[in-house]
Design a protein around this ligand. Structure first.
Ligand code: CP
Length: 307
């Protein structure tokens, strides 16, 4: 049984296959309105943490491909009566052909895979990974700038808890990129991922400020929200939440074709005034969610041969 638990299992060929399928899906849906390739199939989704984009795009993608969804609301589920994740997953596997799961525990995706009779798609496991977001982030970079190779990508904000950053850093091992890291020291990238970037020769620098020099070198400015929900010390959250902000003054130091990305939701780290700058790509990034999720179904389906 194949699952989508971590980006680490995906080769560069897998990624390019995924992107080709996403483009085919987008063209197909544009031409036909919807496709029926998953007619009769059922997707179960269960989110133990809030979500707008990931939950809605998986739902929309399944429906646009002719399938249907069972959306289980965690707060009204038997989890509230003490049911374990293992039993929840065993149960959902009886009703759906695949399960999309978001959960605050880092071990949740592996636990789900262990007890599931159907493919698990990890939609975020604590601060560890967010594979489907990372696929669409790479897809967005290719759509915006034509290629990933040769770019300088600057990650800004909460690099410690930002799971989308962790997954994207792992996927970038397949490309020739330079990576700049900008965060308060208390929110710096986990040492294991940092060491991997160093050993690949991809780390171009670590900074605490978004200085004009750092911005001027950047092709992709990847911003993240400070993840309040992961902090044990709320005083630390208050101290760090507004330290790194992208506004029009920052944008004046940037290249004409730099793109600003953000997995969203945002708080104050990207000011609304930046939305009117054509280099702000974060809402275009959101729009790639649905073709991206469709491609994931199709690829998971091809891998599993029975979805
Ligand atoms: N990017 C992302 O995962 O957004 P949601 O939390 O709204 O799903």
């Amino acid at each position: 049984r194949k699952h989508v638990l971590s980006v680490s299992k995906f080769s560069r060929n897998d990624l390019h296959h995924l992107f080709t399928v996403a483009q085919e899906m987008r063209l197909g849906v544009q031409r036909e309105g919807s496709l029926d390739i998953l007619k009769g199939r059922v997707l179960c989704t269960m989110f133990f943490e809030p979500s707008t984009r990931t939950s809605a795009s998986f739902d929309a993608a399944m429906k646009r491909l002719g399938g249907s969804t069972v959306v289980v609301n965690e707060s009204h589920s038997s989890v509230k009566k003490g049911e374990s994740l293992a039993d929840t997953i065993r149960t959902l596997g009886c009703y759906g052909d695949a399960i999309v799961l978001r959960h605050p525990e880092e071990s949740s995706a592996d636990t789900a895979a262990k007890f599931s009779s159907v493919p698990i798609i990890n939609a975020g496991n604590g601060s560890k990974e967010h594979p489907t977001q990372a696929f669409l982030d790479l897809f967005t970079i290719r759509e915006e700038l034509g290629t990933v190779n040769g770019l300088t990508i600057t990650f800004v904000g909460d690099l410690r808890y930002g799971r989308t950053v962790h997954s994207l850093c792992e996927l970038l091992k397949h490309y020739d990129v330079s990576i700049q890291l900008v965060s308060p020291t208390s929110l710096s990238l986990p040492s294991k991922i940092l060491e991997q970037l160093k050993s690949r020769g991809q780390l171009a620098g670590e900074y605490e400020d978004l200085s004009p020099e750092v911005v001027a070198k950047t092709d992709v400015l990847y911003c993240t929200r400070v993840q309040k929900e992961r902090f044990e010390d709320l005083e630390l959250y208050e101290k760090t939440k507004d330290t790194l902000v992208v506004d029009n003054a920052v944008m004046r130091n940037a290249k004409g074709n730099m793109v600003v990305m953000h997995p969203l939701p945002r708080n104050q780290e990207v000011k609304e005034e930046v939305d009117y700058d054509p280099r702000a790509a974060y809402f275009r990034q959101v729009s790639h969610n649905v073709p991206g999720q469709r491609a994931i179904y199709v690829c998971v389906g091809r891998i599993c041969a029975d979805l």
